[in-house]
Design a protein around this ligand. Structure first.
Ligand code: DC
Length: 346
């Protein structure tokens, strides 16, 4: 462990307590999240403010976030001609095993111009595709929480349409026409509660229901219907419009977000994916046969890669990440690192 320092800077939109607090807290949270810092690891924090900010102390903004045991100090920045106005700078001292080159600094809002070489420029759109069981959703969820992105699970949308079929007695394989003619009756709403994506079908919460096995099978069948895809793809593009999303699925890099700044094709060997699923079942006390699970993985791969519309394939500009020899933490850190680098280059 060594004491190291992380730099940040931001600007306040106005010389008011609210704006100074909002900018300071945003910068502080980003430093904490980006560097995966526990509050106990912080040794001390020093802020400076330019002379045009007089309405509040930035340290008070951090103090208000239940940070009570850490030494905090506000200082006046020198009054320099043509300096960036209404600027709050910070130095966060932490105890860490990381080297200086591994630390992520935060230059936000108007202060992003100060150090274009370091820090995060702004959020981008990230597409993560790959076969079932490669760990896309857990990795995407972790990366979104760490970096402050919205995670969009597109598989959940196909699952929701699948559940509509089940509940209304429509066989998505043999009664495609019927399902398509009822598409206007299928209203899907998505909300985010504590970072969890909740799915609503015509007002009813189906978040847990869509994870059941019959919903997986139905999702796979409805995902092969072009009219269903067209509708869901339009919804997905709408959701990604503002950027700052990590979207996972099968066709995100190829069809939904062809202009995403970062495309990742996350995969692992059939054997590895089957072992992971097998362990998951065992941990949940579900009896199962390894060979059956492996056959299931092979069948799902085949279906996803060979359907006529938007089959699963790696986009030409996607980066391949094979997690066969990585555990979850390593896979997540690899992807988080790639997103940070893409933000800087993006
Ligand atoms: O990732 P998942 O298991 O929740 O996906 C459910 C089904 O939906 C799966 O069979 C593949 C399909 N799917 C798709 O075709 N396109 C997407 N973008 C996401 C999922």
């Amino acid at each position: 462990m060594a004491i190291r320092a992380i730099r940040g800077a931001t600007t306040a939109a106005a010389n008011t307590k609210e704006e100074i607090f909002a900018s300071t807290q945003e910068m502080f949270l980003q430093i904490i999240n980006d560097n995966n810092i526990a509050v106990d690891d912080i040794a001390g924090i020093i802020f400076t403010v330019t002379p045009d900010l007089t309405a509040a102390f930035p340290a008070a903004a951090v103090r208000r976030m239940s940070i009570s045991d850490i030494p905090l100090l506000d200082m006046a920045a020198p009054d320099i001609d043509n300096a960036l106005p209404m600027c709050i700078r910070v130095m966060v001292y932490i105890n860490t095993d990381k080297g200086n080159s591994e630390l992520v600094h935060a230059y936000l809002r108007g202060a992003s111009v100060l150090r274009p070489d370091i820090g995060r420029r702004g959020k981008i759109s990230v597409a993560i595709d790959g076969p079932a069981g490669a760990g896309k959703s857990s990795v995407a969820k972790r990366a979104a929480a760490r970096l402050g992105y919205i995670y969009i699970d597109t598989g959940a949308m196909y699952r929701t349409v699948g559940v509509y079929g089940i509940e209304n007695g429509i066989d998505p394989v043999n009664e495609r026409g019927r399902l398509v003619s009822e598409l206007d009756n299928i209203h899907i709403d998505i909300s985010y509660e504590n970072g969890v994506q909740r799915m609503y079908l015509n007002g009813a919460d189906v978040t847990e229901r869509i994870r059941e096995n019959d919903a997986s099978m139905a999702a796979s069948a409805v995902a092969a219907i072009p009219e269903v895809r067209e509708r869901l793809v339009n919804m997905q593009r709408g959701m990604a419009k503002k950027g700052g999303v990590i979207m996972d699925g099968r066709d995100i890099g190829t069809t939904v977000l062809p202009d995403a700044e970062l495309k990742i094709y996350l995969t692992a060997s059939v054997e590895n994916r089957a072992v992971r699923r097998y362990r998951e079942y065992l941990e949940n006390g579900v009896e199962c046969d390894f060979n059956e699970i492996k056959e299931d993985v092979i069948t799902r791969d085949y279906n996803d890669m060979h359907r006529a519309v938007s089959p699963l394939r790696q986009a030409e500009d996607a980066v391949l990440v094979d997690t066969s020899d990585m555990d979850f933490e390593q896979s997540a850190e690899t992807v988080i690192d790639m997103i940070r680098k893409a933000e800087v280059n993006g």
